[in-house]
Write a protein that binds this ligand. Structure first.
Ligand code: CU
Length: 228
């Protein structure tokens, strides 16, 4: 492509403006990416708890502070897990007919496409465990809204001493089973990427450098043409 020196000189201020644009925050690319965050916030607060991610027998997080009216979503990883409500003094058995139970989630890889979501109705402690054999004793326990006298460490210590976990024999209840609502961080091996996302700092830096190089070349050519 051949451009006349005039065209190139007319484009010079634009190239220089990009080159001298200063902080990346002033560019349209970054300002547009930060704007939608505040407008797309869900009306109901949802906290995500992973169950058995990376083959760890833990809820993550295992201590959750949740406001009345908010939701806690349990997302299940391989191989098989559940979440069951327990009483503080009976760690690895269902609290009774009024407690929630997710049902069994069996997953081959990644997180199960469905999740189990409960709504927090009060600020009383809610004790939870996985109903699969051995998981509760091994530490797959957690608490929502613990208090000063009833702590997760006490609950976990008691769970480690039970003779066996009691898996619920009743149907799932007390929550909603549906497609996963929250974005879950994948396992580190599959989530790491070296490619800068559009508008990221490294990409902005790269485009700035290219604009600077272009401006330098155009300037040199323009001066040469004027002197010819
Ligand atoms: Cu489990």
């Amino acid at each position: 492509m051949i451009l006349s020196p005039t065209v190139l000189l007319l484009s010079l201020p634009l190239a220089l403006a990009q080159y001298g644009g200063g902080s990346p925050a002033a560019s349209p690319t970054t300002s547009s990416t930060s704007a939608p965050a505040s407008t797309t916030a869900p009306s109901v607060s949802i906290q995500t708890v992973t169950v058995g991610e990376n083959n760890q027998l833990v809820f993550n997080p295992d201590t959750i502070t949740a406001a009345v009216g908010s939701e806690v979503e349990f997302i299940f990883f391989p191989p098989s897990h559940s979440v069951v409500q327990a009483a503080f003094d009976a760690p690895c058995q269902p609290i009774g007919n009024n407690g929630f139970y997710s049902g069994a989630f069996t997953t081959s890889s990644g997180s199960n496409a469905n999740s189990f979501t409960i709504t927090i109705n009060d600020t009383n402690p809610i004790w939870i465990f996985c109903g699969f054999p051995g998981h509760c004793e091994a530490g797959l326990v957690g608490v929502i809204n613990p208090n000063a006298s009833q702590t997760l460490s006490l609950f976990k210590a008691a769970a480690a001493k039970v003779s066996s976990t009691t898996d619920p024999t009743f149907a799932p209840q007390g929550g909603v089973i549906g497609p996963v609502q929250a974005a879950v961080s994948a396992s580190p091996s599959s989530s790491v990427s070296a490619t800068p996302k559009p508008g990221s700092a490294s990409e902005i830096k790269g485009s700035t450098l290219w604009a600077g190089l272009l401006a330098t070349v155009v300037t040199a050519w323009g001066i040469a043409e004027l002197m010819a």
